[in-house]
Write a protein that binds this ligand. Structure first.
Ligand code: ADP
Ligand code: MG
Length: 628
């Protein structure tokens, strides 16, 4: 019928396709299959509108590998093409994308920026094939079938052919350097990745030569084909939420992650058609502190075609910790990540998802608070992360974000403010909230706080220091203090002054003696006249420095703070009996030892005595026992 040149000016298009798209060449399969899906869905639509008289039958796409012929074939029984349509859509239109691609990137050597920037659609077949054939027959009754061949250069042939059934077969003669794509396992892997939820059934078969029938030249090869439907054309997220039960969501979760055993805590079914089209199901996984965070669990689909499972920069970061599926017609296919990240529709979708997640959490909280509380410790990391990285989410989270105290009671921030307001306000009118990061290690401090009637929060997630900083900036006259940040009487300073047992001069004399007995670089000595029955020595870690260090370690805060050495305050209770004894001790050596032992005991009570210091301390304790 026709020979001709593909309508492209740059003759070197094919080498460029191979070179620049090389690292991503497996996407050719997604491209061809999504064309087949398009062709099937288009026919469905035409038929529904009465614009096609074709008998729809069972629409289906078939992928076949023929190892012997070294071909991979994608067949559909969709709307097919007439020769004129092949000429138009394959030779001219489809290639204009490729042409644009070449023009734009002719002189650029940065292939990373180029890869995936332009979807080459049909022509991506040439990344893996040395020759591509199209056999196609239009759904329009009188159209003749067409056969198009191209060997990876601008020349093509287009002839009339015989084809029994409506639809299109794309036959790829796999290039010698791409024979992986003739392997069943490889194709199966790609089909599972890209096609698992395509809306048209996908059959996969391998043709193998099993025997010959007949003799000599008349012998016929008998090929057997093993077929499997590999996709679920109607995955849960395409159904209406009211038609699904809890168990359906769980089984969908297992379908998505066949290798995960842990069950999700709850799900959010997204179902929006205005102002944009968005469906999907998100799952909240159980997240434990110190768990490896996985950010590539959510899969992004466009009309059931897999786009990516790397959503970093596409949705708010905290949402990438969720699991599940997001599907939207408005998500562009065939574009690079940077394009996806800056796409306006994608941005809107992303902030909408964040809102939906907040709404759902609020709903769960309101519906069954006890149940929500029981899940809180497993979800708080994601929510706290969200509050820190997404301002709107922070505001919305005020309704459901919880704070747990050491008694195991949960409060919203407003509730907790109201609960502690009166007692926790210091003499300057500042509301101080007390917290511990580790109730075991900070036991003695918690006890001191509770003895005064104070309440102590248990805040142990890794982002706490950032979160507190944020809460402090958005709540005037309110601050957080970890129980070990200072002596409790200092943390929430009230008006009452303790009488001092030692005179000002005595304290002046004692301070340098104590400073001389402890490691100077590690301790700042702080003389305090506390209750006489209070411990003589207390180790505290100043809130500001510690928090800066923590923030620096988890990203943010002041740069370089993470490298600061451990620094403590050594609070010396000048009203205690031991300190009086030290004051009155005339033997300088003995005095030194009393101070060192006292400091070590204080360190030990907080699990801060380690290594050599601990060994020496225990040793000397034992020798004293045997000396007595
Ligand atoms: P796109 O899919 O973005 O339009 P492609 O390069 O993938 O670009 O395909 C170009 C055109 O070729 C399609 O728009 C369609 O008209 C036609 N086409 C490709 N594959 C098929 C097919 N299997 N059946 C019918 N038409 C097809
Ligand atoms: Mg396409």
């Amino acid at each position: 019928m026709a020979n001709g040149k593909i309508n492209v000016t740059a003759d070197n298009i094919f080498p460029i396709i191979k070179k620049f798209l090389y690292s991503d060449h497996e996407i050719f399969l997604r491209e061809l299959i999504s064309n087949a899906v398009d062709a099937s869905l288009k026919l469905q639509t035409l038929s529904r509108l009465g614009e096609s008289k074709a008998e729809l039958g069972d629409l289906q796409i078939e992928i076949t590998i023929d190892k012997e012929a070294k071909t991979l074939t994608v067949s559909d029984n969709g709307l097919g093409m007439s020769a004129e349509e092949v000429e138009k859509y394959i030779n001219q239109v489809a290639f204009s994308g490729a042409e644009e691609f070449v023009k734009k990137y002719e002189d650029q050597s940065d292939s990373a920026a180029i890869i995936g920037h332009f979807g080459l659609g049909f022509y991506s077949a040439f990344m893996v094939a040395k020759k591509v054939e199209i056999f196609t027959k239009s759904h329009v009754a009188e159209a003749a079938a067409a056969h198009w061949t191209c060997e990876g250069d601008p020349d093509f042939t287009l002839t009339e052919t015989e084809k029994e059934n409506r639809g299109t077969d794309i036959v790829l003669h796999i290039a010698d350097d791409s024979t992986d794509f003739l392997e069943e396992w490889k194709i199966r892997e790609l089909l599972t990745k890209y096609c698992k939820f395509l809306p048209i059934p996908i059959k996969f078969g391998t043709k193998e030569l099993t025997e010959k029938e007949g003799e000599g030249d008349d012998a016929k090869e008998i090929k057997t084909t093993v077929d499997d439907i590999i996709n679920n054309p109607t995955p849960a997220w395409t159904k209406t939420p009211s038609s699904l039960q809890g168990e359906d969501y769980k089984s969908f979760y297992r379908e998505l992650y066949p290798h995960t055993f842990e069950e999700p805590l709850f799900h959010i079914h997204l179902n929006v058609d205005y102002p944009f089209d968005l469906t999907g199901i998100l799952f909240f996984p159980r997240i434990k502190p110190n768990m490896d965070l996985q950010k590539n669990k959510i899969q992004l689909y466009q009309n059931q075609v897999f786009v990516t499972d790397n959503l970093e920069g596409i949705v708010p970061d905290f949402l990438t910790l969720l699991h599940g599926v997001i599907d939207s017609k408005d998500i562009p296919l065939n574009v690079s990540r940077s394009y996806l990240q800056s796409d306006g529709a994608v941005k809107k979708i992303s902030s909408h998802i964040s809102k939906k997640v907040a709404d759902k959490l609020e709903e769960l909280f309101k519906k069954d608070r006890k149940d929500f509380e029981s899940k809180w410790d497993d979800i708080k990391m994601i929510i706290e992360y969200g509050m820190l990285s997404d301002e709107k989410f922070f505001e919305r989270a005020q309704k459901f974000a919880l704070y747990k105290n050491v008694q195991g009671e949960y409060f919203t921030f407003e509730e907790y403010k109201a609960k502690t307001k009166d007692l926790h306000t210091d003499k300057e009118g500042k509301h101080i909230m007390l917290y511990t990061a580790n109730a075991e290690n900070q036991h003695s401090f918690i006890q001191r706080a509770e003895a005064k009637g104070y309440d102590v929060l248990l805040l142990d997630s890794p982002l706490v220091s950032h979160l507190l900083q944020k809460l402090e900036t958005s709540n005037e006259n309110l601050s957080f203090a970890r129980v070990d940040a200072d002596h409790i009487e200092k943390l929430i300073a009230k008006d009452e002054e303790q009488p001092s047992l030692l005179s000002a001069e005595e304290i002046e004399t004692l301070k340098p003696i104590i400073e001389g007995a402890v490691e100077k670089s590690k301790f700042t000595v702080q003389m305090e006249n506390l209750n006489s029955d209070e411990t003589p020595f207390i180790i505290t870690v100043p809130e500001f420095m510690r928090r800066m260090k923590e923030m620096s370690a988890t990203g943010g805060g002041m740069m370089g703070m993470g490298d600061l050495p451990e620094m403590y305050n050594l609070v010396v209770n000048t009203n205690s009996g031991l300190v009086s004894k030290i004051m009155n001790e005339s033997d300088a050596e003995k005095q030194k030892e009393l101070i060192a032992q006292g400091t070590n005991l204080a360190l030990l009570s907080q699990n801060l005595l380690h290594g050599e210091a601990l060994t020496n301390f225990v040793q000397s304790g034992f020798s004293r026992l045997s000396d007595n």
